[in-house]
Design a protein around this ligand. Structure first.
Ligand SMILES: *Cc1c(COP(=O)(O)O)cnc(C)c1O
Length: 377
C-alpha cells in the first residue's frame, strides 16, 4: 500500500457549485463565486480587500507590481522558502536579499533584518513557515522605522493567528495559496490580500490587464481602457466555485488536520525529550493551522536513512526547501547577508511527513515507528 505525501481533500460540494456556475452562464472571472470567495477572505482575515488570483505565485507577482518594485530595488526575505517568493521580485528587476531563519520556528529571523537594510531596500517578505507566524510585531516596527513595505507570504497560513490576529492582516499586502497541497484548495489558486485601502484601486487594475474594467462593471466609469501595467491574474468562475466549496468547510478541514498533527506531535514527544529528534515549536502568541508536520533529525545521513526506510514501505515522506541563496538562479540574481547557517543546517535535517484528511491513526503510528526505529539505530 502506498501512502502519498499529499492527497487533496474534496468536500463533495465542489461539483454542485461548479454546475451552478455553469448554469449562471458567466465562467470568466469575478462572477458570483469569485465575489463570495473574496468576501469570505475579507471576513475571515479582517483585511481591507481580497482578490482571488489563479495562484499564490500570481498574487506575489501582483504584490511586486503594486509595491512598485523597480530594477535594482532590494527585497529582504528568507532563503528557506519556495522559489515564487523570490521570483516574483526578480521578474521586476529587483534583488532578493536573503537572511537567515530562526532555529525554533524556521521563520525569517527578525534580528537579522536591520543589518540587511540598505538605501535600496524596498520591502520585507516574511514567510509564515508551516502556518506558524513570524515575529510580526518586530517586523512591522522595523518596516515603519525604515519606511519599507511588508508583504506576508502567507501561502501556508490561512486561519493561523499571531497575537490573536489572523496572519495576512499585518503586512501592507499578503498572499495566500490555494494550490492542492495547501489546506484548502482549488487545484491551482491564490489570493492577494490588501490591508491599505489606498492600494485597492490599483490592485484591481493590475489584475484586469491594466484596465479599469472593474470600475466599469460597477458602473463607476462609462467605458474602460488601458490605464496602467497589468496582466491577467483572475481565476475563472469554475475554480472559484470549487474553492467556495472548500471555504464553506474550512473549519472542519482545519480541525481534521489538527487532529492528525496532534497525533504526530504526541508520538514524537518522548523521542524529543530523549533528544532523538526535534518537533515543531509553536510560540505562545501563535495559533497554527496544521498545514504541515515536520521533524528535525540529527544529521543529513540520518535523514536519508529515514526517508529511504519510509519509502521502502510505501510512505512518501519528503524534504524541502533547497535553500534559494546557493541555487543556480539564486547565485545569479540575489545576495545574502550573513552565513545563513540555520538555513543550511535545517534544510539538510528536516523531514515532512504525510498529512492529509483520511490518513489513519494506524498509518501515522507506523510512520512514527519506522522513523524512530531508524533514528534509534
Ligand atoms: C505554495 C507556496 C506559494 C505559492 O504557490 P502557488 O503554487 O503558486 O499557489 C508561495 N510561497 C510559498 C512559501 C508556498 O509554499
Amino acid at each position: 500500500m502506498k501512502i502519498p505525501f499529499n492527497r487533496p481533500y474534496i468536500t463533495g460540494k465542489e461539483t454542485k457549485y461548479i454546475s451552478q456556475a455553469v448554469k449562471f452562464g458567466q465562467l470568466s472571472g469575478d462572477g458570483f463565486f469569485t465575489k463570495k470567495c473574496n468576501q469570505w477572505l475579507v471576513n475571515k482575515i479582517g483585511c481591507q480587500g481580497a482578490l482571488l488570483t489563479h495562484s499564490g505565485t500570481a498574487a506575489l507577482e501582483m504584490a511586486a507590481i503594486l509595491a512598485d518594485i523597480r530594477p535594482g530595488d532590494e527585497v529582504i526575505m528568507p532563503s528557506f522558502t519556495f522559489t515564487s517568493t523570490a521570483n516574483a521580485f526578480v521578474l521586476r528587476g529587483a534583488i532578493p536579499v536573503f537572511i537567515d531563519i530562526r532555529p525554533d520556528t524556521l521563520n525569517l529571523d527578525e534580528r537579522q533584518l536591520k543589518k540587511a537594510i540598505t538605501k535600496k531596500t524596498k520591502a520585507i517578505v516574511p514567510v509564515h513557515y508551516a502556518g506558524i507566524g513570524c515575529e510580526m510585531e518586530t517586523i512591522m516596527k522595523i518596516a515603519k522605522e525604515y519606511n519599507l513595505l511588508v508583504i506576508e507570504d502567507a501561502a501556508h497560513a490561512l486561519s493561523s493567528m499571531y497575537n490573536n490576529k489572523p496572519l495576512g492582516s499585518f503586512g501592507h499586502f499578503a498572499i495566500i495559496s490555494f494550490h492542492e497541497t495547501k489546506n484548502i484548495h482549488c487545484g491551482e489558486g491564490g489570493a492577494l490580500l490588501i490591508n491599505d485601502k489606498n492600494y485597492m484601486e490599483r490592485a484591481e487594475i493590475i489584475r484586469e490587464k491594466g484596465t479599469n474594467r472593474s470600475k466599469f462593471f460597477r458602473g463607476e466609469v462609462n467605458k474602460y481602457s488601458w490605464v496602467d501595467i497589468g496582466s491577467s491574474f483572475l481565476p475563472s468562475e469554475i475554480n472559484a466555485a470549487f474553492l467556495w466549496a472548500q471555504m464553506t468547510s474550512e473549519y472542519l478541514i482545519r480541525s481534521s488536520r489538527l487532529d492528525i498533527w496532534e497525533q504526530y506531535h504526541a508520538m514524537f514527544k518522548e523521542p524529543e525529550a530523549d533528544r532523538i529528534l526535534r518537533r515543531p515549536v509553536i510560540p505562545r502568541n501563535c495559533r497554527h493551522n496544521a498545514h504541515m508536520y515536520y521533524i528535525l533529525v540529527a544529521t543529513h545521513r540520518k535523514r536519508a536513512l529515514v526517508l529511504k526506510h519510509l519509502r521502502d514501505k510505501g510512505y512518501q515522506a519528503i524534504f524541502h526547501y533547497v535553500p534559494l541563496h546557493n541555487s543556480k538562479a539564486g547565485l545569479k540574481f540575489s545576495r545574502s547577508v550573513g552565513k545563513l547557517s540555520n538555513t543550511l543546517d535545517i534544510s539538510k535535517r528536516i523531514i515532512r511527513l504525510p498529512l492529509w484528511i483520511g490518513l489513519r491513526k494506524k498509518e501515522i503510528r507506523k510512520m512514527a515507528d519506522l522513523a524512530l526505529m531508524t533514528l534509534e539505530q
